[in-house]
Ligand binder design. Structure first.
Ligand SMILES: NC(=O)c1ccc[n+]([C@@H]2O[C@H](COP(=O)([O-])OP(=O)(O)OC[C@H]3O[C@@H](n4cnc5c(N)ncnc54)[C@H](O)[C@@H]3O)[C@@H](O)[C@H]2O)c1
Length: 441
């Protein structure tokens, strides 16, 4: 275990979700004493019992093993007592997010969190914001709250910094350690303190930017560019479809160009990060009088993808003389992306909703997603039994060993398969030889 400077020994991480829990454990693994703070009692209880449903791993250990090790070592503990955590720690990291509902952002969780931190802040504490925010939030919204509640001056009595969170779920530990981390402070000393804290976990570059707004804005741009790229490759997919060639092959070929990086089209854009990114830029752009037409159109197009997917599927059913209304549909995968347990803003869930609204009976199987849904089933057989159509919407490890016979033994003989993930591409000929309609995106 590394030698940690005394002033960085105690860390409180607010928010114990997809980012906060692995981040808190990353500090604990390196020898810090960490409080993981969350407002959801059940979540805190589960975590303290060693239970989490996240699909993370690091150096051959699952997050469940890491969590249990750190609990046992006494270096990590989850709590709902934020006051205690701030009193006992002088490094306070915030990973509480800004939810978006119907395009509108809601800062209340983040404000509530910073109010509590401000009220209990001590002289020389460091507050490090890691949430993804509307550019300007740290200095224009959170700093005044922290100063007012603490009665202290940021940069003089306490340190304030912002560092963007860039991990992808499923690779959290790896990316905390080996993805360059960007940080800025409200003054040089704040940036220095935050950099030293981050270096406990980040083993590659911790880059100090000139201002907090640069880091906040860069983070949102990083996500928005993926949103636009995905909207673009969806348009490419419609083009290649009409031309009768494979989008996956075109992308593979195009990406051999050293300066091209096309993303892979799927059934939509999900999760907490990419769909929200535009909505973090929009309010500031409005305030500044800046036009975001391309970004807005991309977001609208991507938000509409679940509907487009259902329309494609409906047409496949029509080709075998069936109506979506009354059809029995098996769905594989409900997560917002492959190999994830996260079903927040999941296009797969949205697609199921639309299918049901249109009168289809849906049986969906996803062994990784823990959310209860009335349409969820527990086995492949239940999902595929006597179905008229199958939609593959997210990959999971458990789907990798499914072969064509496994599918055909359950489904109706004239089944149609819409594989938005290219999971069964290898069986394309097998299906076609048996007169079954099999379509990728
Ligand atoms: N999930 C990702 O892959 C990812 C990647 C990069 C950045 N981010 C950003 O990181 C932040 C967190 O994302 P997440 O996916 O971990 O979200 P999450 O919803 O999984 O976790 C946030 C947690 O904060 C808790 N919370 C709410 N109010 C609180 C309060 N007042 N005090 C303490 N805890 C409180 C919630 O109960 C929740 O458990 C967001 O800003 C997000 O945009 C996420």
């Amino acid at each position: 275990m590394e030698q940690i400077k005394e002033m960085y020994k105690n860390v409180a991480v607010f928010g114990q979700g997809f980012v906060g829990l692995p981040l808190a454990l990353s500090f604990a693994m390196r020898g810090c004493n960490v409080y993981g703070v969350d407002v959801v009692e059940g979540l805190v209880e589960d975590i303290n019992k060693g239970i989490t449903y996240h699909k993370e791993s690091f150096e051959g250990k699952t997050i469940q093993q890491i969590l249990n090790e750190q609990l046992k070592a006494g270096r990590y503990r989850a709590t709902t007592d934020g006051v205690l955590a701030v009193r006992e720690c002088n490094n306070i990291v915030v990973t509480v997010g800004i939810p978006i509902k119907n395009g509108e952002h809601d800062l209340s969780d983040l404000i509530e969190c910073c109010t509590l931190i401000g009220r209990n802040l001590k002289k020389n504490d460091l507050v490090l914001i890691r949430s993804t925010v509307i550019p300007g939030t740290t200095e224009e919204v959170l700093l005044p709250i922290l100063e007012k509640e603490s009665g202290m001056k940021a940069g003089v009595d306490f340190y304030l910094a912002y560092s963007s969170e860039r991990i992808a779920e499923g690779k959290a530990f790896e990316e905390f350690a080996y993805m360059p981390t960007i940080v800025a402070g409200i003054n040089e000393e704040s940036a220095k303190r935050a950099k030293e804290l981050l270096e406990i976990v980040c083993k590659t570059d911790v880059i100090v930017a000139s201002s907090i707004k640069v880091v906040e804005t860069s983070k949102v741009f990083e996500n928005v560019q993926r949103d636009v790229n995905i909207a673009m490759v969806q348009e490419f997919a419609r083009f290649t479809e009409a031309l009768g060639i494979s989008i996956f092959e075109v992308i593979k070929v195009a990406n051999t160009h050293k300066r091209v990086n096309l993303l892979i089209p799927g059934p939509g854009v999900g999760g907490y990060c990419i769909p929200n990114a535009y909505h973090y830029l929009e309010p500031k752009a409005k305030e500044l009088g800046v036009n975001l037409d391309i970004l807005k159109l991309s977001r609208e197009k991507n938000a509409n993808l679940p509907k487009v997917m259902v329309e494609i599927f409906e047409k496949l059913l029509k080709d075998v003389g069936k109506d979506l209304n009354g059809a029995r549909v098996g769905v594989l995968g409900l997560a917002m992306k492959d190999y994830s347990n996260d079903d927040r803003i999941s296009p797969a869930v949205e697609i199921v909703k639309i299918l049901r609204q249109r009168g289809a009976e849906v049986l969906a199987f996803d062994p990784a997603v823990v959310t209860e849904y009335s349409f969820k089933v527990n086995t492949l057989e239940e999902a595929l039994k006597d179905v008229d159509g199958v939609m593959i919407l997210a990959k999971q490890k458990e789907f990798e060993n499914i072969n064509a016979d496994d599918i055909l033994k359950y489904v109706k003989p004239d089944v149609v398969i819409f594989d938005t993930k290219n999971l069964f591409e290898g069986f394309k000929k097998f299906f076609e030889d048996r007169g079954i309609i099999y379509k990728t995106i």
